[in-house]
Design a protein around this ligand. Structure first.
Ligand SMILES: [Zn+2]
Length: 334
């Protein structure tokens, strides 16, 4: 029998996992952090770096009889600032250990420089895919203005894919599930069939597989959607009863949700193929054909979507990239 979201939260709470909803300044709304009442006392994700987020975190911890100073372990699910901005402040108060994917540790430690490099990478990607300069530079300055909500993080417990973390009352297995970001990591309690999935899977919104630089700093770009689909297929095979997300309500039928998402990506891929069949187009032209003006205001997001689906078509051998030196156009191979 499938649980309702309320029942799922109750069941997680009985297992000592409490959802703390922390405010963010972003369109996504609140971020879900999870307090795990166990030894060590653990917080999964922290919320963004703001006084408001810190106040709410303190008061929600106090409701359960804890303070920030009591935290012994912070687990970070991925590199996005709405999830980790308070980590340095919490560590300063509590001396907590910080666990995160080892592959992401360098990136997390060099947050400022790395964010700057990532923004430059995004500008280059936008320009190469036909987005006008003024749009690309405007988005770069928006991204810079958000940087203060983030933080660097010193990972003291680097995790490997598949590694099991022992607690007094449970085991949590860390599983690397890249796609939404290259560092996405989910945490699996096999005994209770609870998966802490953060932004890998969100009930009410399709997680954006954003194109980024890979974690190894090799300078290439990720095939974010290709990777994300592989990751979703792995999660689909897990016998999870409750999936706890980074935003919104828990998921109690992840197989149905993943099937729905896979079908949606397939439909969008075919739509993009038909547009390219009509005539060769840049990523920006494809985004405009699908989303109109949203392709301007959300240029990087929509471009990431288009490139993600184009990667699938390139890998299937149905289209190819044609580079005339100024911009990349997609054309069919047939
Ligand atoms: Zn995220």
């Amino acid at each position: 029998m499938t649980l309702t979201p309320e029942q799922a939260l109750e069941q997680a709470a009985l297992a000592g996992i409490h959802c703390l909803r922390i405010p963010t300044p972003f369109a996504v709304g609140r971020v879900n952090c999870y307090l795990i009442e166990d030894e060590p006392l653990t917080l999964v994700d922290t919320g963004p770096n703001s006084g408001k987020a810190l106040d709410e975190l303190q008061s929600q911890l106090a409701e359960r009889g804890h303070s920030i100073d009591d935290l012994e372990l912070i687990i970070l699910t991925h590199q996005h600032i709405d999830h980790l901005g308070l980590v340095e402040i919490i560590v300063r108060h509590s001396g907590a250990e910080v666990a995160a994917l080892g592959l992401a540790a360098k990136r997390l430690a060099n947050f400022g420089e790395d964010a700057e490099r990532e923004d430059q990478f995004a500008v280059d990607l936008m320009l190469r895919n036909g987005i006008p300069e003024n749009v690309a530079f405007a988005l770069q300055s928006v991204s810079r203005s958000f940087r203060g909500w983030g933080s660097r993080a010193e990972v003291t417990k680097p995790l490997e894919d598949g590694q099991t973390m022992p607690f007094r009352d449970r085991l949590l297995q860390a599983l690397h599930r890249p796609g939404h970001s290259p560092s996405d990591t989910v945490f699996w309690d096999e005994e209770r069939r609870i998966l802490i999935a953060a932004d890998h899977l969100i009930a009410h919104i399709s997680s954006n597989p954003l194109i980024t630089q890979p974690l190894d700093g090799s300078g290439q770009r990720t095939q974010a959607l290709v990777t994300y689909i592989e990751s979703m297929r792995k999660t689909r095979e897990m016998p999870a009863e409750i999936v706890l997300s980074g935003h919104g309500e828990p998921i109690t039928d992840h197989v149905a949700l993943i099937d729905e998402r896979l079908a949606k990506h397939d439909r969008r891929k075919e739509k993009i193929f038909r547009l390219i069949e009509e005539r060769p187009r840049t990523g920006y032209e494809l985004a405009q054909a699908i989303w109109g003006n949203v392709a301007v205001t959300q240029a990087f997001l929509t471009l990431s979507e288009v490139i993600g689906h184009a990667d699938l078509l390139v890998n299937e051998g149905r289209i190819r990239e044609a580079d005339d030196g100024t911009a990349i156009r997609y054309e069919t191979t047939g």
